[in-house]
Design a protein around this ligand. Structure first.
Ligand SMILES: [Zn+2]
Ligand SMILES: [Zn+2]
Length: 103
């Protein structure tokens, strides 16, 4: 076995990929493919630069280890809650605007 043979950090099998987040080697069985994580800030910047990106095809899935995949799900939920809060705020502002306009 050469030094280049990477071993899955979960179960010691020969690794076929490395986790996109933590760079740990993972075997096929323990690789969990998923959409790359995009934070709300990144999404906003991307939307300003290339609005077409928001309507383009979904991004290629990337390999995650089980730990990072779980972490990713949590972070995504947090971002979705933020987005919801912003939408509610905008809705409230729009409501106030309409209220001021009709009275
Ligand atoms: Zn990882
Ligand atoms: Zn494994």
């Amino acid at each position: 076995m050469s030094q280049n043979d990477l071993i899955c950090y979960v179960g010691n099998e020969p690794a076929t990929a490395t986790c996109i987040t933590c760079r740990r080697p993972i075997c096929e069985e323990h690789t969990q493919m998923g959409q790359p994580f995009i934070s709300l800030g990144d999404l906003g910047r991307a939307a300003l630069q290339t609005p077409a990106m928001l309507f383009g095809p979904p991004l290629d899935e990337v390999p995650y280890c089980p730990t990072c995949r779980e972490d990713l799900a949590n972070r995504r939920t947090a971002e979705q809650m933020k987005l919801l809060a912003i939408l509610l705020l905008l809705l409230a502002l729009a409501g106030l605007g309409i209220y001021a306009f009709v009275t």
